[in-house]
Design a binder for this molecule. Structure first.
Ligand SMILES: *[C@@H]1O[C@H](CO)[C@@H](O)[C@H](O)[C@H]1NC(C)=O
Length: 732
């Protein structure tokens, strides 16, 4: 209530004001819609709300301080029965400014339903809300309405439409609005430049810039910053030299551009010329030196600063944390004249990054203040060194968790192989009413994909849609991946088809999803479609394409693509690509060609390559190559049982039992034992985990009983256990 009173100091002298003041106090205590209605009803009855300033006050109050959703606010407006758009606008703007764009849009819709006509203030507010919520569909509808109204020529409204389209990544539509403008002001020109820059189309931004009848400092700065962020630093410099006037922002963009390109020499030259340096200028240089691993120069520069404050101290400390060992970082930390939480967290992070969790823990206990970031660093550090247990204990006792904490714990479980725990934690999070973000969903979807839990996967998909997450970004990638890995390629394709702005990750996920299930032809034609789009294939794309060819036996095509990747796209084949080629040729029986690929590799073949060759030579019954590949593998990963098993399998198959038992002997001598078979089965949405020889499942007795009953039935049905497998077990 304090701020209300401050707003209106004359209130005590005004009896009407006092009564409104006490109503506002009552309103502030309302927690439900019903209570709100109860307070408002008498206000309306006594006619308090007839007074315009009073109405304005109540609505403003509700919108900004108390009313949490537009449901309340709109019910308030319904009470007021005000056909004038003024109050609606006030509310819509309040929602927009308090970062509740969804509510602003919803209120706008209610406004239309209440037959209130939006005016030239309504549209800019709600279009801005659409922009910050990336609500393209609604934005388009609103723009349609604008286009049919006389407001179509209002500069402010047109500018807002451009801004909305630019923020939603629709520069073509923004341009259409811009092109239709009868009069354009500097703001609309700048907005177009800004839009193109933010959407990564520097060429188009330049065209607008060149066509401008007049430019202000802001236009120049937008262009310079865009070029420098796009690594076109020479071009940026060209413009910079032509500029009529420059401010510190211009200089900072240029210096930052050179620093980001790693050209610290020119950055320093410019830096020396800056007439008025601010904290950011110094910070850019210190960061630049630190990022190019020249911490000595960073420190020298730091010493030269006329005044040092916490910002620059923290900058230098961050540089030390990046370039130096923990001892030197700690020394700098100790020498700091002042520190705040950020400094402590930087130090803590330095320990955690180097896996020095004991030192981190000690520092943590010394901290005068801790925030959620400090806890998160500690949790992440423990997860990274594999100490999930401790991470979990910290997670359980931390006083407050943000979504990052949940994400760290989820990925900690996932990275340490505790997949089921990760999925459980996600659902626990949901039960507690915590809001996940797109990273949470991406992590849990990829865990679900690894486990093949389609029921949970569908649930997360529905949840993401319900909660209005955009499926166009990372979540789309994860969904495609999840449906593919769970075996529902058609659903993955469905997601893929509905994505409006496909990026390279979407294409890659879909191509490898198709490849994984042997839809080689579809994967290849999808790739052909991709080459016709604006997205350029990368090395991961080709892994997908080559493995698609391999699974579908498209030997010639695979060979062509392998050549195409370096010749047309300039992608140097990595070891994975060679692995795919070995697999491709090997599977198709061209074992000699596969060996030639292995011999021609510019890098040493890794275990994956040998395993591909081993698998192929074994299934084509080529003992010589099998032996060769297996021996390489045994040297490379002597503790992995699979190569021993494959080789001995081969000997058994060829009837060379002596050699087979020799292999087993070497294996025993090396202390290698067969990895326990592990399997997960999902049943009615519950995950059951089994490993060979495991008796921990609560329903073990029943399961074995059923298995026993099944064996005679299987034999009756003509199932014969694999001979090779049985022989192997006997040898064991
Ligand atoms: C610490 O100080 C820096 C520089 O003034 C500031 O940017 C940062 O937000 C501060 N950190 C905290 C947690 O207050």
């Amino acid at each position: 209530m304090e701020s209300i009173q401050r707003e209106d100091p004359a209130k005590e002298a005004n009896p009407q004001g006092t009564r409104i003041g006490s109503f506002l106090a009552l309103l502030a205590k309302c927690e439900t819609l019903r209570e709100l209605e109860r307070v408002l009803a008498p206000m309306i009855v006594i006619g308090l709300l007839k007074d315009r300033p009073a109405i304005r006050k109540v609505v403003k109050f509700c919108a900004s301080r108390y009313i949490e959703n537009s449901q309340y606010a709109s019910s308030l407006l319904r009470y007021l029965i005000d056909p004038h758009p003024f109050l609606w606008n006030t509310l819509i703007r309040s929602f927009e400014q308090t970062h509740k764009p969804r509510d602003a849009i919803k209120l706008y819709k209610e406004m239309l339903c209440s037959c209130v006509c939006p005016d030239k203030f309504t549209f800019p507010f709600v279009l801005k809300a659409c922009a910050s919520d990336r609500a393209l569909k609604e934005g388009e509808q609103i723009h349609c309405r604008v286009a049919k109204s006389p407001l179509n020529i209002d500069l402010f409204v047109q500018g807002s439409s451009i801004f909305m389209y630019a923020s939603c990544g629709r520069m073509e539509s923004a341009k259409a609005v811009f092109d239709e403008m009868l009069y354009r002001n500097l703001i609309s020109w700048n907005m177009m430049i800004d839009g193109y820059v933010k959407n990564g189309d520097i060429g188009a931004a330049l065209k607008v810039f060149d066509a401008m009848p007049a430019r202000d400092l802001f236009s120049w700065n937008l262009m310079i910053d865009g070029l420098s962020k796009d690594h076109q630093i020479e071009f940026a410099k060209h413009l910079f030299d032509k500029m009529p006037e420059r401010d510190v922002i211009t200089w900072n963009s240029m210096i930052d551009g050179y620093a980001k390109c790693g050209n610290m020499k020119v950055a320093k030259e410019l830096f020396d010329q800056v007439p008025f340096k601010d904290d950011v200028t110094w910070g850019i240089m210190i960061n630049g030196y630190a990022n190019s691993n020249q911490i000595g120069l960073a420190h020298c520069l730091f010493e030269k600063m006329p005044y040092k404050n916490l910002i620059t101290w923290n900058c230098l400390l961050g540089g030390y944390a990046k370039c130096c060992d923990v001892r030197e970082t700690r020394q700098l930390f100790n020498s700091m004249p002042f520190r705040n939480l950020t400094s402590w967290n930087t130090m803590l992070d330095a320990y955690a990054k180097h896996g020095k969790m004991e030192l981190a823990f000690r520092l943590f206990n010394l901290m005068p203040l801790k925030d959620v970031v400090s806890w998160n660093i500690l949790i992440d550090g423990h997860n990274k060194i594999g100490n999930v247990q401790l991470a979990q204990e910290l997670f359980d006792i931390m006083p407050y968790r943000d979504v990052v904490s949940w994400n760290l714990m989820l990925s900690g479980y996932k990275e340490n192989g505790l997949l089921k725990k990760a999925v459980d934690l996600f659902f626990h999070m949901h039960l507690l009413g915590e809001k996940p973000d797109c990273f949470t969903l991406a992590i849990v979807l990829s865990t679900i994909a690894d486990l093949g839990l389609i029921v949970q996967g569908r649930w997360v998909h529905a949840y993401a849609e319900r909660s209005k997450f955009s499926l166009d970004g990372n979540i789309g990638v994860s969904l495609i991946d999840m449906y593919s890995k769970c075996g529902y390629v058609d659903l993955a394709l469905n997601i893929f088809d509905n994505i409006q702005l496909r990026n390279i990750d979407h294409w890659n996920a879909m191509i490898s999803g198709l490849a994984m299930h042997g839809y080689g032809h579809n994967a290849v034609s999808l790739f052909e479609g991709m080459t016709k789009s604006t997205v350029k294939p990368d090395d991961i794309t080709f892994i997908g394409v080559l493995s698609a060819c391999s699974h579908a036996g498209l030997v010639n095509e695979g060979y062509q693509y392998f050549k195409l990747m370096s010749m047309k796209y300039g992608i140097i084949p990595k070891i994975q690509h060679y692995g795919c080629m070995v697999d491709l040729l090997g599977r198709a029986g061209f074992l000699e060609a596969a060996v030639r690929i292995v011999d021609s590799m510019p890098m040493a073949p890794n275990d994956v390559v040998w395993r591909a060759l081993l698998g192929a030579s074994r299934s084509h019954g080529n003992l010589k190559i099998t032996e060769h590949a297996a021996r390489q593998l045994i040297n490379m990963v002597p503790h992995d049982s699979s190569s021993f098993v494959l080789l001995s399998n081969m000997y058994v198959y060829k009837g060379q039992f002596k050699s087979a038992s020799d292999v087993w002997k070497i294996m025993k001598e090396n202390g290698v034992s067969k990895n326990p078979g592990l399997s997960y089965i999902e049943l009615n949405g519950f995950l059951h985990e089994f490993s060979a020889g495991d008796t921990s499942h609560p329903q073990m007795a029943q399961i074995y009983l059923i298995l026993k009953c099944m064996i005679p039935a299987l034999i009756l049905a003509g199932h014969v256990p694999g001979v090779k497998q049985t022989l192997l077990d006997a040898a064991e």
